[in-house]
Design a protein around this ligand. Structure first.
Ligand SMILES: Cc1ncc(COP(=O)(O)O)c(C=O)c1O
Length: 452
């Protein structure tokens, strides 16, 4: 299994040929044929089992049975949830990272890889206007990043509380914060002071009013603002939220997992003003910075605080913490072993240049605006709000939830688009998430025509 024998040679040829073909797909088709587990089992004929199989036979099973059972998130027809659109450069380099078995824990083991990752983190921090001392690491996703950041926020509050006093801390969050924030609070045994606003955008004024009306403000540890809500792409009033957090001595966390990439788009950069005050900031390159899964950038204004919370100590780890250790990514989140998942982004950014990223992000923002205008023109449709980023919410007048589901199912069955319905203020709505720069207005018109 570990030597280069004829079977290995065969696999190198076959798997690389398959990967090459996948890379050359332009556009990537949607696929997504859903089967029951029993159906998959029957088609896989007992793979894997105790006995070996010819690698081409196994690859064939993947190609014919398993791969079509996946909806391609990187297809320009994928407009659901938050799509993906990794660059070819990033995908290629991801393969290289896999082949190189880079253990991204520590400077001792992987200084070259970590240096490259840190250059990318620096570039993101500069876009956000964070100080030169800011730093962090790449983790698997926005959920892991939110959890790691709020662990630090809670610890900082704990240290500030009266010695020996055990208490349950809370975070001020908007009702539109991502589900992972709620999950994080539950895991950390924290509670939410939830702020609801009529237009779903957390403002400094609403935040201040909620804190001032609260009966137990000393239990608050953090303010969580979102730079691009998942459902509607709304950027909270970051400057206002930052000022309130500062006035109340609270940790200011900005979840830009989806929308943070908008920092690279000059047309909307101003909407992010205030982000430079973040104590912690999350941006998922596997969403809108065109990196492959899984890749989330986590930055702290004061990395030493994060290190004091996340650093793992053990006799076998002493060596990674010696004076020659410049930067250990393990110290900035709750992980130890980690893939050097920032490297594909470093490669792609270096090949294409950051300006090309901004241009590609602007395409999705423009497409969302054009789609909103097209929706507003059609009398059978109702635009819910003008998009801030790449997400458009709208209604088909007169439709009940089953009609949205039928429409979405038919679009997928016909391989036109993947657009699972969402909800807005308790009612089912249609939602288009633009991210891939090759999603065309022609496709949008086709999708809307099918609602008539
Ligand atoms: C605003 C926001 N935060 C956090 C997350 C969670 O990120 P992940 O799915 O990478 O864990 C998402 C995912 O869509 C998101 O949109």
């Amino acid at each position: 299994m570990h030597s280069v024998d004829p079977t290995t040679e065969q696999m190198i040829r076959s798997v690389l040929a398959y990967a090459e073909n996948r890379l050359r797909l332009d556009p990537v088709p949607l696929d997504g044929c859903r089967r029951d587990p029993a159906e998959f089992d029957a088609l896989l004929h007992g793979l894997p089992g105790e006995e070996p199989h010819n690698p081409d036979q196994v690859l064939g099973a993947y190609a014919s049975v398993l791969a079509p059972g996946v909806i391609s998130a990187d297809s320009p027809r994928f407009l659901g949830f938050i799509p993906a659109a990794p660059t070819k450069a990033a995908l290629l380099f991801d393969m290289l990272v896999s082949c190189a078995s880079i253990q991204g824990i520590s400077w001792l083991e992987a200084s070259g890889a970590i240096h490259a990752e840190n250059l990318v983190l620096r570039l993101i921090a500069d876009r956000a206007g964070l100080p030169g001392s800011a730093g962090g690491c790449f983790v698997s996703g926005g959920s892991a990043a939110n959890l790691s950041a709020l662990m630090v926020a809670r610890e900082v509050a704990k240290r500030r509380a009266h010695a020996g006093q055990r208490r349950r801390f809370r975070a001020v969050v908007s009702a539109d914060a991502h589900s992972s924030v709620g999950n994080t609070l539950r895991i950390l045994e924290m509670d939410a002071l939830t702020v609801t606003t009529s237009d779903h955008r957390l403002t400094g004024a609403a935040l201040r009013a909620a804190i001032e009306a609260d009966g137990d403000p000393s239990s608050l540890a953090a303010v969580v603002a979102t730079a691009g809500t998942t459902n509607a792409g709304i950027i909270d009033d970051l400057a206002g939220a930052a000022a309130v957090a500062r006035d109340h001595g609270l940790w200011f966390h900005v979840d830009g997992a989806y929308g943070g990439a908008g920092l690279f788009a000059p047309s909307i950069r101003r909407a992010f003003d205030g982000i430079e005050h973040a104590d912690s900031f999350v941006l998922d390159p596997h969403k809108w910075l065109f990196a492959p899964y899984d890749c989330a950038a986590l930055l702290y204004r004061d990395p030493a605080l994060a290190r004091s919370v996340h650093r793992q100590d053990a006799s076998y780890l002493d060596v990674i913490h010696d004076e020659r250790a410049d930067w250990n990514p393990t110290d900035y989140a709750y992980h130890l072993t980690r893939r050097a998942r920032g490297l594909p982004l470093w490669f792609s950014l270096s090949v294409h240049g950051a300006r090309a990223y901004g241009d590609a992000i602007e395409v999705a923002i423009r497409r969302a605006g054009e789609a909103a205008a097209e929706i507003a023109k059609r009398s059978y449709l109702e635009l819910i709000r003008e998009p801030d980023l790449g997400i458009v919410l709208f209604r088909r007048r007169g439709w009940a939830p089953p009609q949205y589901t039928e429409w979405a199912d038919r679009l997928l069955a016909d391989q036109v688009a993947f657009i699972p319905p969402s909800a807005w203020e308790g009612k089912t709505v249609a939602r288009l998430a633009f991210l891939h720069p090759h999603t065309s207005m022609e496709l949008v018109r086709q999708i809307l025509d099918r609602m008539e």
